[in-house]
Design a binder for this molecule. Structure first.
Ligand code: FAD
Length: 288
């Protein structure tokens, strides 16, 4: 299908892009990699009057190491996150999640900022960003602000960004010593989107689990942290039995999605199974 007609703007700076969003209000949509927006436009599920193409604004792409961890520009493509030596060494969980997104073409064009802002309930990054307790950096008419990932994914295709705000970068804090992470998913066969994706981080203290973090995507209307499972592991034995018991709580208190890809019951089952597998793998990588 062919999109409805739209005007096309390519601002040269972040400030110009924000000004265009302010000027055109609800009629404007940002364009980054286009791999979520263009299918929506072609299906005429959205008819923005103006596309504001931010893809070539300088300073919004790339990965740098900071005192706190990694700073990943919003326009950084999934492929770069997947293959960056900084990410593979500093945050292998995120590289693993990026490498499971769609296919090569999607990973070459799609951006971490576009994926996060789009907040697709079946996207891979949100589970990893929640588990990593990333901070989302946004800029808008009122200036810059930092939004914890834990407050960012507010609903299906909804984020904490204001109407004229642009996600500029994602800050990923370093993990404590003796931590291991893993991202595993059950992919929808045609698109690769997650029917269930589990991002687990386990931190050890001696022979015990000091803390565990578990982000789940694809199962609920928005990605979530499986707090009951995490609490069951904190301070306890680093044993397969403990992980199995905790993983059984991965869909506790959640109302799973129910659609033609998977029933609610099956999604809850997948959450438990993939939580268990990801936690086991994370424990192994932590050295347990
Ligand atoms: P765009 O499509 O350009 O924009 C998406 C939305 O975000 C738009 O509303 C846009 O206005 C807004 N936006 C973009 N950048 C910003 C910003 N910096 N600040 C604020 N708002 C912004 N994703 C997965 O996670 N897992 C998969 O397995 C997967 N499979 C896919 C398979 C196919 C065939 C396709 C086409 C896509 C798939 N995707 C998958 C989605 C893909 O990851 C997209 O690239 C990503 O969701 C959107 O990033 P983008 O840069 O392309 O954003």
């Amino acid at each position: 299908m062919i999109p409805a007609p739209f005007d096309y703007k390519r601002p040269g700076t972040l400030e110009e892009a924000i000004a265009l969003l302010r000027e055109h209000g609800e009629g404007a949509r940002l364009l980054a990699g286009g791999h979520s927006l263009l299918p929506i436009l072609k299906a005429r599920l959205a008819r923005p009057a103006v596309l504001v193409d931010i893809a070539r604004i300088p300073g919004l792409a790339g990965i740098t190491k900071t005192a706190r961890g990694l700073l990943i520009g919003a326009l950084t493509a999934h492929h770069e996150v997947e293959t960056s030596s900084l990410v593979r060494e500093g945050c292998p969980l995120l590289a693993e999640a990026a490498g499971r997104i769609g296919d090569v073409q999607v990973r070459n064009r799609g951006t971490i900022g576009g994926s996060a802002a789009h907040a697709d309930p079946a996207a891979d990054y949100p589970a990893a960003l929640l588990a990593l307790e990333a901070v989302m950096l946004a800029a808008g008419p009122e200036g810059a602000r930092r939004i914890p990932a834990l407050d960012f994914f507010t609903g299906p295709y909804e984020s904490a960004l204001g109407p004229a705000e642009i996600l500029t970068a994602v800050e990923v804090p370093s993990l404590p010593p003796r931590s291991g992470g893993a991202y595993l998913k059950a992919a929808q066969q045609a698109s690769g989107f997650a029917v269930c994706g589990a991002a687990a981080i386990v931190t050890l203290d001696g022979g015990r689990i000091a803390s565990a973090r578990l982000g789940i995507t694809g199962v609920a209307p928005a990605a979530y942290r499986a707090r009951r499972a995490e609490e069951a592991l904190a301070g306890g034995a680093a044993s397969p039995g403990a992980i199995q018991k905790a993983a059984a709580l991965a869909a506790e208190g959640i109302e799973p999605l129910d659609d033609f890809h998977a029933s609610a019951e099956f999604r809850a089952h997948l959450a438990r199974v993939y939580a268990g597998r990801a936690l086991h793998e994370a424990l192994k990588r932590a050295g347990g």
